[in-house]
Write a protein that binds this ligand. Structure first.
Ligand code: IPD
Ligand code: CA
Ligand code: CA
Length: 268
């Protein structure tokens, strides 16, 4: 992607993300109509929908030839990553948004012909913007994030993962994952995949594992994690397909082979 074009898109995207954050903060204390989607714990609110519709309207006005993949369905029916594709989660961590009013993020990844060019993750309540352009480093607000540390082992690693690995897991034997959580230094569950990617890029988590995520959960995070030398694959080490759901492993590259070997040893 041409750098001048990319800078223009990036500046617009950051502006819209910050504006969307203001809308959320201004309106989040009004009564929210909360619905459920695939199961009783899969929540969506009127603000998730409103924010996605806001992005779609802005993007279509300014960039009529761009495509949009959005969680709430206001975007396009995208079947190929050809061209410029915005991949948007208007509120990642809706359960946190509804119950805790914090620890949720807006996630926007912008891909050109399948290559992640721009990643933006906005922690709305902390007012922290993680952002990256491919090849130009990753930033937390104005501060450039350093490359990931090279002295991490599984035994001193902090890994983001949730309880589904231990109890409702169709992919990996639960006993193996119990051994895994005992082997690593600690685990964390923040309830927002986008924030877990941001924390992995920041190096405050050494890796993040998820059994099943959608493109909008990971599109921005992959770009940001790449820029600090991190890697993202599925749990078998395959490249993530940005048009499908998949398992996810994002980590410091020094841990990748050990993480994959551990998980694969318990594959069902
Ligand atoms: C969810 C969050 C959560 C992850 C779920 C996602 P949503 O996104 O990222 O951390 O474990 O799998 O669906 O539904 O709040 O946008
Ligand atoms: Ca999400
Ligand atoms: Ca969402």
């Amino acid at each position: 992607m041409d750098k001048a074009i990319r800078n223009d898109i990036y500046e617009q995207a950051v502006k819209w993300v910050l504006e969307a954050g203001t809308i959320i903060r201004d309106e989040m204390n009004a009564p929210l109509s909360i619905e459920t989607k695939s199961n009783p714990n899969d929540l969506v609110t009127v603000l998730d929908k409103r924010i996605e519709a806001y992005f779609v309207q802005k993007i279509k006005e300014k960039y009529s030839n761009h495509f949009i993949i959005g969680e709430e369905g206001y975007g396009d029916s995208v079947t190929s990553l050809d061209g410029t594709v915005w991949i948007i989660d208007p509120i990642d961590g809706t359960m946190n948004f509804v119950h805790q009013k914090r620890n949720f993020a807006i996630s926007v990844g912008i891909y050109q012909d399948g290559i992640g060019e721009i990643g933006i993750i906005y922690d709305v309540m902390s007012d922290i913007l993680y952002h990256a352009k491919r090849g130009e480093g990753a930033y937390k607000n104005e501060q450039e994030l350093p490359q990931l540390k090279s002295n991490v082992k599984l035994t001193n690693a902090i890994i983001g993962m949730n309880h589904f690995w231990l109890c409702e897991n169709r992919l990996v034997d639960e006993k193996t994952m119990q051994e895994f959580v005992r082997k690593v230094r600690g685990t964390r569950t923040y309830g927002s995949a986008a924030l877990e990617f941001a924390y992995t890029a920041e190096g405050i988590e050494d890796g993040y594992l998820s059994l099943r995520l959608s493109p909008w959960d990971v599109a921005a995070g992959i770009v940001i994690v790449n820029e600090v030398g991190g890697v993202t694959t599925d749990i078998a080490g395959n490249e993530v397909n940005m048009l499908e759901k998949s398992s996810i492993l994002a980590c410091n590259p020094i841990l990748k082979d050990d993480l994959i070997a551990f998980i694969q040893s318990g594959r069902k």
